[in-house]
Write a protein that binds this ligand. Sequence first.
Ligand code: GUN
Ligand code: ZN
Length: 440
Amino acid sequence: PALTRFALRGDLLDFGAAPRWGEVDSPAVRHRPDHWLLVDGGRIVGVQAADPGADWTRVDRSGRLVLPGFIDTHVHSPQIDVIASYGTELLDWLDQHTFPAEARHADAAHAGIAAGTFVDALIAHGTTAAVVFPTVHAASVDALFGAAESRGMRLVAGKVLMDRHAPANLLDASVAAAERESIDLIARWHGRGRLAYAVTVRFAPTSTPAQLEMAGRLCRDDATLYMQTHLAENRAEVRWVGELFPEARSYLDVYARVGLLHRRSVFAHGIWLDDADRAALRDAGAQIAHSPSSNLFLGSGLFGWRAAEAAGIAVSLASDVGGGTSLSLQRNMADAYKVQALAGERLTAWSALHASTRGAAQALELGHEIGAFEPGASADVCVWDWAVGAVAMQRDRVARSLHERVFAWLTLADDRNLVEAYVAGVRQYARGRGAGGAAV
Ligand code: GUN
Ligand code: ZN
């Protein structure tokens, strides 16, 4: 049987505030080595240095790193099938690889199996919450939410909206039909357990103005809905949006004009923005899901994290699989560091980790539930090896400061470092046992 009340011992690391850009010695970091995390009824109830005693089932993971589960703020569930596809930039990549894979989700049986595989893969990478694009098919949304629900996961997702510039088998039949399906899915899933619905416009080029208006209406009718889309990822895409929407001031303005720019908006990428866009994003309280692996793999560009930060925009980290080549948020943190290095900037381990945990949670208005070891939060917790393999072990041994150690960890680690993942206090992954790791 799953444990409902236990104490987990290890090197606890999380954040009590947002770290400042470039600050290596950050007061925002809460490092509690060899502490106990107390979990009861699926929630975190405390952290302490002292052994809690025999009243608690003690799970001793001393010498290991214990983090809040990662939050992947932009990822595509049907795109495991196209991860690592050779030879294209965004628009050709969609046509040649991605749209054909998504079309296969018209088959509900296929969508069901794919959803389970995807959600288990997230957890096996230490990602316990995610903001996800399934496909245009309502059955793919049901399958994805169902898979998350059965594992107790926090998930934000919604039916992809597309009614032009994609293969016919991926297009909504009409604006009214897409609206009806969305309303139906919202009624079924939004606010059910740990699930929330996101109005999901794929990106401006694949929606008619009428469909964009409809999506904006859905958001206006219920301010608790999320909105997710892609924004200014690739230069050819930006040029195309300019041609399709000549009346808009910018790519972001296409969304803003119809009511898709708000505090629960999650914009993937946001590479090619200007100061007015950044000010509008900040004023709306919207969020950029930075996807460095994808940006490098598809040759999209180098995200200006420092400029976004300076403008006061919330930036979270994301894998954007299958544009990104790994669900591992450590891999994405390492790529984010390299992207910033190319721009002459230095991304600290703290900014990278915060954007994958507490920062992402707060931007999603879920800071009370996920992202940090706060009493009352869901016990979404991962246990990691500090080092796997001879090189990482040697590097770890000689680290002289906490930042040095954590930076080397996130640069060298990936899913092989994951020992266990708990979701709402239930162990859903244990290394060597695969998905659905049996209870402790
Ligand atoms: N823009 C529109 N659709 C997509 C997608 O599936 N992946 C990425 N990376 N960008 C997009
Ligand atoms: Zn994407």
